[in-house]
Ligand binder design. Structure first.
Ligand code: PMT
Length: 396
């Protein structure tokens, strides 16, 4: 089950070289089970053909305000009714200016004006056009009008210049659309999350770590962000891309993770410890590469600080959520861990199914007992966890 299954999305394309990304976006939306209706301006049709967009959306493409094939000849009304959202990607400087002024001289601008549903736009233009005070005035107006602005991003531009104004990638726009439909259960909350493994150095090139990929923690961070929270993600070493729209602090060892979390916890309403933090680190890590000896070697370990335990014990502790990965006796060990760490909520998973996997299965333990979340992609579980947290948060 995806969040966009059954959603009716009208995807509008105005003229811009980024129109090619709309093809991939259409594919992502239809794969997620959304019903996609394409509307293109005349300029958009010069960058990408309606045939491509029809093939990918599985629906006829509309671009004419005077379309006699629409029964009542009012394509702008007909198409904008019953949509869950209109997304304009790419939204050119010209199109955004028209929206800001309420102009409607073609099908796409007219149906945007006639809409009853939310409108999301993904600006795409040259950096000077984006930075121009006229465009910035228009963007301010659009924000005030309640239109969601997706991006733009900074980077290489088709014209050869580098800077702000390039349209987000298709997968980023897709993520933003998914986020848009999430209930804002954590609006106004600040959430601090640890994710991934830690790396405890033995010498300058070796260390102790574990197989946490960071996927569960990043999914929780994304779910919290999509639920409207301001998220800070303290991440151990992972291969995952930094999620958009949150602060990410990269750390390596448990001590660094502890320091980063402690420096930020005072401002947090919620702390979620998803990281697989090493309980011990080598004593006296060597500042050079250890030489091979002849016999056995003993590695002496010393305990790491307990991040979750320390945060939960604070006088003004945020709402604390722990994770527990166990290979057996999941219920008993997890519940005992929740009591030992004195946290109101703990999510337990089987280590052999959780580490590195895309799917997971969670059992949530709180004061009311256990709540099973069936096997599902980590993002789906993370959204369910966030909903559970929102229910338990003290009402102000
Ligand atoms: O990253 P993935 O590949 O997606 O895998 C996800 C996961 C399996 C790592 C995750 O779902 C998970 O279970 N994380 C907790 C792993 C664990 O067993 O933690 P623990 O039992 O060592 O610690 C219990 C809790 O205390 C955790 O919330 C942990 O973050 C926290 N802790 C532990 C030790 C320590 N020094 N400081 C801590 O804050």
């Amino acid at each position: 089950m995806t969040d966009l299954k059954g959603k009716r999305i009208l995807l509008g394309l105005s003229g811009g070289i980024a129109a090619y990304k709309a093809a991939e976006l259409t594919r992502l939306l239809t794969q997620a089970g959304a019903e996609v209706q394409i509307v293109m301006t005349a300029a958009a049709c010069r960058f990408i053909t309606p045939v491509t967009m029809q093939a990918l959306s599985g629906n006829p493409v509309h671009s004419d305000l005077w379309d006699a094939s629409v029964p009542n000849n009012m394509a702008h009304i007909e198409l904008s009714r019953g949509c869950d959202a209109i997304v304009v990607a790419p939204a050119s400087a010209d199109f955004l200016a028209k929206l800001a002024q309420g102009l409607c001289d073609d099908l796409l601008s007219t149906l945007c004006l006639a809409r009853e549903c939310p409108l999301l736009v993904a600006p795409a233009m040259n950096l000077q056009m984006w930075g121009n005070p006229a465009t910035q005035r228009n963007m301010k107006q659009l924000r005030e009008d309640g239109i969601a602005i997706l991006g733009p991003a900074s980077g290489d531009q088709a014209c050869g210049e580098v800077g702000m104004g390039r349209m987000l990638e298709a997968d980023e726009i897709f993520e933003e659309i998914e986020a848009f439909f999430q209930p804002k259960l954590l609006a106004g909350k600040r959430v601090l999350i640890t994710a991934g493994p830690t790396f405890e150095p033995i010498d300058t090139v070796r260390g102790i770590t574990n197989t946490s990929s960071g996927k569960m923690g990043y999914a929780v961070a994304r779910a919290a962000r999509d639920a409207g929270a301001v998220v800070t993600l303290v991440s151990g070493p992972t291969a995952l891309a930094a999620p958009r729209g949150m602060e990410r602090i990269d750390v390596s060892s448990a001590q660094e993770m502890y320091d980063a979390a402690m420096a930020r916890v005072a401002k947090a309403d919620v702390f979620i410890g998803v990281a697989a933090v090493a309980d011990y680190r080598p004593k006296n890590a060597k500042p050079h590469k250890l030489k091979k000896g002849t016999g056995d070697m003993t590695l002496q370990l010393q305990p790491n600080p307990d991040i979750l335990g320390t945060i939960a014990a604070r006088r003004k502790a945020p709402f604390c959520v722990g994770f527990a990965a166990e290979t057996e006796n999941l219920d008993a060990y997890a519940d005992a861990k929740r009591r030992r760490k004195k946290v109101p909520l703990l999510a337990a998973n089987l280590a052999q199914h959780a580490f590195g996997a895309d799917d997971n299965q969670l059992i949530l333990f709180d004061d009311k007992g256990r709540h099973e979340l069936a096997r599902a992609p980590k993002l789906e579980l993370a959204r369910a966890l966030v909903a559970h947290i929102a229910k338990l948060l003290p009402k102000k």
